[in-house]
Structures are given as structure tokens and as C-alpha cells.
Design a protein around this ligand. Structure first.
Ligand code: PHE
Length: 341
């Protein structure tokens, strides 16, 4: 076949090809090793120099015209297919959704919100701390120097030598004092804490606290007691009483452990309170003058109190929850309980 004829035939076949498969067949027919064009190439060697040159050129031109047409058509088919696919795969956003099941709120957040509201009502503001802290804020500024035995009590997740996951919300005290620049403070700081505690029914490697700090002139332990009593009665009910037991924290002096009277027996003693009539809910105390000094205060001018409420502890007492792990596994049946309350 004459080269012009061959070219015309090939271009028509390419134009007529309806899909990728047909186009591939056309390509094999006109451009493969066994194609007529290739065979013509084979005959060149028998020709005279000038004939070989002109025919060779012609063959090359024909072949590249066919190749170009093929590439063009191939891209057209691809674009067409893609468009078709995009059109077919559009979603109808006006269709109704699958629906969101309205489950209850995790009791930790219920309790946290309730506690925050009580303290907002007493003029406190919420101070946001961060989960990652420096050794300096978590320990040093809270009067827990290196080698202090209290560091043992708070088995710590370290990120590097000086960064760690905060073991309590108390570093928020130091941040708040820094911001107050030696002036009065009245904050609470809710948040997560982390300790390498064993996983059992009452410990989790992650838990929540609400820190409280009040600094002003002439603050004494009576202010602390009345504040916590008001808080407990608002949270658990007017009939509940608090009891302060002496305790130890490096950042408060004196330090106390605060218990709330048992709901079940009203303080007489029963199995729920293990016969003591009271249940422990928080640690507190008068801000240690050393902490005041470390954080830029003159202890002769200012004094204050601080407390740390264990949110899990309060939620357990308020809702009678038997296993601390229930707070973190987000079992929908468990959460559903808190929709009805
Ligand atoms: N930071 C203490 C703890 O985690 C609790 C606490 C806070 C005690 C403030 C006293 C004052 O155990």
C-alpha cells in the first residue's frame, strides 16, 4: 500500500475507534513491529542511497503522523472516561443523613461543668493550663525540688529531661501567679493529669483534676474551709458535711485532706464509707510561703489557699460508679445512663 493511503487509512481508523480497546487494536495494526510501515522500513536497505533517503524520510513522517493522532485520541478517550466517572460519582447532598444517635455526656464532663459553674458563681475564673509541662513548673515552682520524695508519689511520664506530662494541675498555680505579677489571684484550672500508676479499679494513667488557687491579703484556713464547704453543699446537697484531716503536700502548709460525709449513712459509718462515715474528695491547704516566694510574692504581704479536686473521685461518689475505667472506654450503654439523669 502506498504510504499516503496507509496514513489516511490509519488516521480514519484512529478517528473511528470508540474506546481504549479498539484504539489499542488500531495501534497494533499500524505501528507494531509486524505493521506494514515497519515492513517498508525493512526494504530500505536494498535501495540506492538517494531513494533510501527520501523514502526513509517519508516513512518517518507517516509514522509520526499516525503516532501523534494516536496519542491525541488516547488522551481524548481518557478525559472522556474521567468526566463520565466524575459525573456518575457525584453524591446527592440533599439526601437525608443516617442520623446521629443522641447519646449521653461522659459523667466526667458533667461533673467538671458543674464544679466549674459553682466556682464561677464564687467569682473564680477558669485558667487553662496545658497537658505538657516543664519540670520547672510541674515540680520546682511547686516546691518539689529534685530528689524530693514527693516526686516518687507522682510517677511521671517524661518526654525528655525537662519536659513531661503534668502529674497534677498544680503547675497552673505557678502560671497564674506569674501572670498576676505579684497581685491577687482567684482561679480554677480543670484539666487532664498523667501518672504511671498501675491500672486497677481506682487508678488510671490519665485522670482529671480541678485546681483552685486564691491569693489575697489576710487569707487564712477559715476562708478555705468555708469555700470548700459551700462547694460541697452546692455539689452534693445541703445535708452533706465536710471534714478536714491533716495531710502533707510540699506546696501547702498546713495541708489537709478533705472528706465529705457519706450519703448512705449520713456520717454514722457503713460499708460504702468503710465504716468511717466520710469519703475523701480533695487535697488542699494554705499556700506554702516558700511557694509564694518562688513565684514572686512577698509572704508577709500576701497569703492564699489552694485545692485540687479529683474529678473521677467526685463522679464516682455522685453517680455510684464502680470502676474508674468506665470513664475512658466510652461504652455507649454506659454513656446512655447519663442522658436520663
Ligand atoms: N496537687 C495535689 C495532688 O495532685 C493536690 C493538691 C492541690 C493539694 C492543691 C493541695 C493543694 O495530689
Amino acid at each position: 500500500m502506498d504510504l499516503d493511503e496507509l496514513k489516511a487509512k490509519a488516521l480514519k481508523a484512529i478517528k473511528d475507534a470508540k474506546d481504549e480497546l479498539e484504539l489499542t487494536n488500531v495501534r497494533n495494526l499500524f505501528l507494531s513491529k509486524k505493521s506494514e510501515i515497519n515492513q517498508k522500513m525493512g526494504t530500505l536497505k536494498d535501495l540506492k542511497e538517494d531513494e533510501r533517503k527520501s523514502l526513509g524520510q517519508k516513512i518517518n513522517e507517516t509514522r509520526s503522523a499516525i503516532t501523534d493522532a494516536f496519542t491525541q485520541k488516547f488522551n481524548d478517550i481518557k478525559a472522556y472516561n474521567l468526566n463520565l466517572k466524575l459525573k456518575r460519582e457525584t453524591i446527592d447532598i440533599s439526601l437525608p443523613g443516617a442520623g446521629i444517635k443522641n447519646i449521653g455526656i461522659n459523667p466526667l464532663y458533667l461533673v467538671e461543668d458543674e464544679i466549674i459553674n459553682i466556682f464561677l458563681g464564687m467569682g473564680y475564673s477558669v485558667y487553662e493550663g496545658s497537658d505538657v509541662e516543664t519540670d520547672h513548673f510541674n515540680f520546682e515552682l511547686m516546691n518539689i525540688p529534685k530528689d524530693h520524695p514527693a516526686r516518687e508519689m507522682q510517677d511521671t511520664f517524661y518526654i525528655d529531661k525537662s519536659l513531661l506530662m503534668r502529674t497534677h494541675t498544680s503547675p497552673a498555680q505557678a502560671h497564674a501567679m506569674e501572670e498576676a505579677k505579684g497581685g491577687p489571684v482567684r482561679i480554677i484550672c480543670p484539666g487532664k493529669c498523667f501518672r504511671r500508676d498501675d491500672d486497677d479499679l481506682i487508678h488510671s494513667h490519665q485522670f482529671k483534676q480541678i485546681e483552685g488557687l486564691l491569693i489575697d491579703k489576710n487569707i487564712n484556713i477559715g476562708h478555705l474551709e468555708k469555700t470548700l464547704e459551700t462547694f460541697v453543699k452546692k455539689l452534693f446537697g445541703e445535708k452533706r458535711e465536710i471534714r478536714m484531716r491533716s495531710s502533707y503536700f510540699p506546696f501547702t502548709e498546713p495541708s489537709v485532706e478533705v472528706d465529705v460525709s457519706c450519703d448512705k449513712c449520713g456520717g454514722k459509718g457503713c460499708p460504702v464509707c468503710k465504716g468511717t462515715g466520710y469519703l475523701e474528695i480533695l487535697g488542699a491547704g494554705i499556700v506554702n510561703p516558700r511557694v509564694l516566694k518562688l513565684n514572686g510574692y512577698d509572704p508577709k504581704e500576701y497569703s492564699g489557699f489552694a485545692f485540687g479536686i479529683g474529678i473521677e473521685r467526685v463522679a464516682i461518689l455522685k453517680y455510684g460508679i464502680d470502676d474508674i475505667r468506665r470513664f475512658y472506654t466510652n461504652d455507649i450503654r454506659f454513656l446512655d445512663e447519663f442522658k436520663r439523669r
